[in-house]
Design a protein around this ligand. Structure first.
Ligand SMILES: [Zn+2]
Length: 418
């Protein structure tokens, strides 16, 4: 069961991370509007402590000058420290053994203009060859004609290199067919050639039916999860989001810069209690359908608590996790991460979740999994790093475990011949 981890109190962080908040407030001041909580900029509510800024507005220029006098030096947003550690470095441009990326986005539904996420399939295949990637799982199949387009462009045009998953149109829940219509859609997609079902975080956060919010373990969805089991296709589920997204956007939030730069991703208005409900609902779904294979995306959707993820893997033989999007998190707890994988080498899938795919990002994942390099960037060339100002260290997994994580486990779930 979920328990919210307490953030560490750190006086230095409290001091330096004021900058992005003040920058956001300044932007609002310049626009002649009342400063408020950054998450209000995207209309997601959660009024915060920034209202008091309205009273301070006339005095702000003088206060800023005073602050600079009291605390001279660069502000956090310009902070770009060069490490002085002299450490071994092992760039890893290709995987040590043939790899399957079980979490990629190659379709059209996530691009702003509905163009293909991978516009040049030939260039993508060349990148795959150079990186020792034998296949990619494309999670963007959607359904109907869009699924066919994805299958034609990837799976059928390049057999054994791409495996496309479908989605479900949750609005069917509100039609007379309800759950039955979803099951029919899933069966049709499997007949068309979908190799799995992808479930996104909108289930649990924004999907409603009959005026109520639908969580993953909602009884209306039981027939769907059972159908996936009968069809023999895995269900890859992204529930909730990082813990910090559910916390207030402030000096105690370790991702305050990311949340200030992208206010719409904050789920602070949901609260950490809702995160617990979503994770409990995810577990109930897995528990209620032992004949269905579930893949918990992003390290079981709870990378902040690897002990909890490990316990879930112990309890449910039908659960797998992918490591996509979580290199920064795994690499800042390398010993716990290596222990989790060593304890469940047959249940962890390699995946990256890049939008769009870049060779450099693969290099970070390979270096993370294969080397014992310490204190390196999870986002080379990007300042500030997108998720938080920390560095990562490698897990140094041994060869037999790497083979399982890179490909054997995915082959088993996807029923691909070795
Ligand atoms: Zn994804």
């Amino acid at each position: 069961m979920f328990s919210a981890a307490r953030a560490h109190e750190h006086p230095a962080l409290r001091r330096v991370s004021l900058s992005p908040r003040i920058a956001a407030a300044n932007r609002w001041l310049r626009a002649g509007r009342l400063p408020c909580h950054p998450t209000q900029m995207a209309g997601v509510g959660n009024p915060g402590p920034y209202r008091r800024g309205a009273l301070l507005r006339p005095a702000l220029p003088a206060l800023r000058r005073l602050r600079r006098l009291a605390r001279p030096g660069p502000r956090l947003r310009a902070f770009d420290p060069a490490s002085t550690l002299e450490l071994p470095s092992h760039p890893t441009p290709a995987a040590a053994c043939p790899a399957i990326d079980a979490h990629t986005h190659l379709g059209r539904w996530l691009t702003p203009d509905s163009s293909w996420m991978a516009p040049d399939v030939g260039a993508l295949l060349a990148l795959m060859d150079a990186s020792n990637l034998v296949a990619l799982v494309n999670l963007d199949g959607r359904w109907g004609a869009e699924l066919d387009e994805n299958l034609q462009r990837y799976d059928h045009a390049h057999p054994d290199r791409f495996y496309t998953f479908c989605h479900l149109d949750w609005s069917l829940l509100d039609t007379t067919g309800g759950s039955g219509a979803l099951v029919q859609s899933l069966e049709r997609s499997a007949q068309q050639g979908a190799r799995g079902l992808k479930v996104w975080k909108d289930l649990g956060l924004s999907v409603t039916a009959g005026g109520r919010r639908i969580l993953p373990d909602d009884p209306a969805l039981h027939p769907v999860w059972e159908a996936a089991g009968s069809l023999g296709i895995p269900v890859l589920v992204h529930t909730a989001d990082p813990v910090a997204f559910f916390q207030p956007v402030g000096v105690r939030n370790e991702r305050v810069e990311e949340l200030t730069a992208h206010p719409s991703i904050s789920l602070a208005n949901e609260g950490v209690g809702m995160l617990g409900r979503l994770l409990d609902s995810f577990e109930a779904m897995v528990a209620n359908h032992p004949g269905t294979t579930f893949i918990g995306a992003h390290v079981g959707c709870h990378v902040e608590n690897l002990a909890a993820v490990s316990a879930l893997l112990d309890r449910y033989a039908n659960l797998y996790v992918d490591i996509s999007g979580r290199a920064p998190e795994l690499g800042r707890q390398p010993r716990a991460a290596a222990r989790l994988i060593a304890a469940h080498p047959d249940r962890v899938l390699f995946g990256t979740d890049q939008l769009p795919i870049r060779a450099d990002d693969y290099g970070v994942y390979f270096r993370l999994l294969e080397t014992d390099d310490e204190y390196f960037s999870y986002a080379p060339g990007r300042t500030p790093p997108p998720h938080g100002r920390w560095q990562i260290s490698g897990l140094a997994l041994d060869g037999a475990i790497l083979e399982q994580v890179y490909a054997t486990n995915a082959r088993r779930i996807l029923r691909i011949a070795p």
